[in-house]
Design a protein around this ligand. Structure first.
Ligand SMILES: [Mg+2]
Length: 174
C-alpha cells in the first residue's frame, strides 16, 4: 500500500474557538471558526486524510466527563464540513507520567501507522507551541495559526487566520 498525505488538526483554536482558561464541555459551547469548512474541503479535495489530534485534560481534571467530550465530538463530526477520518484525544492530566499529550507525537504516530501516512507530504496545524513541537517530532511540516504561545522554534509557516492557512496549503498540497 502506498503511503498517503494527511493534514492533522489541533482542535481548540484551530477548528473551534478556544475557551481561554476553560474547556468546551458541551455542543452549545462549540463554536466553529470562520473558514474552517473551506479549509477542510480543500484538504479533502486534494485526497488528504483529515485527522483531529487534541489534548483534553478537562476530563482528567474532572471539569467535564468523558461522556461530555464524546457528545462534543459527536457534534463536531455531525457538522456539515466535518468529514474527518479520525479523531484522537488525550484526556490525561499533564502531570500523569508517560501521557500521550502533545508535545508527545504519540497520537500522531498512532494515526500515521493506521493510515500509512507519509510525513514528508503531511502537515500539522496548531495554535500552540506544543502542537508545533509534536508535529515536528513526527516529521511533519507545521503551520501555526492564532498562536497563543511561543515555542523555542517557530512553525514552518505562520498564519494569522484560517484563510491564510488555506492559501499556504492550496499552494503546497499535491
Ligand atoms: Mg489548541
Amino acid at each position: 500500500m502506498s503511503s498517503r498525505p494527511a493534514v492533522f488538526f489541533d482542535r481548540d483554536g484551530v477548528i473551534n474557538r478556544r475557551i481561554v482558561g476553560g474547556y468546551v464541555r458541551s455542543p452549545e459551547e462549540f463554536e466553529l471558526l470562520p473558514g474552517f469548512g473551506d479549509l477542510l474541503q480543500l484538504v479533502r479535495s486534494r485526497n488528504c486524510l483529515a485527522v483531529v489530534i487534541t489534548n483534553q485534560q478537562g476530563v482528567g481534571k474532572r471539569l467535564m466527563s468523558l461522556a461530555d467530550l464524546t457528545r462534543v465530538h459527536a457534534h463536531l463530526r455531525s457538522l456539515p464540513p466535518a468529514a474527518f477520518d479520525g479523531l484522537y484525544s488525550c484526556t490525561s492530566l499533564a502531570s500523569t507520567p508517560d501521557n500521550a499529550r502533545k508535545p508527545s507525537p504519540h497520537m500522531l504516530h498512532l494515526a500515521m501507522r493506521r493510515w500509512n501516512v507519509d510525513p514528508a507530504v503531511s502537515w500539522m496545524i496548531g495554535d500552540s507551541a506544543t502542537d508545533i513541537e509534536a508535529g515536528r517530532a513526527a516529521g511533519l511540516r507545521t503551520i501555526g495559526v492564532h498562536m497563543h504561545d511561543a515555542g523555542t522554534r517557530p512553525p514552518d509557516h505562520q498564519a494569522a487566520n484560517l484563510s491564510e492557512v488555506y492559501d499556504i496549503l492550496a499552494a503546497r498540497l499535491g
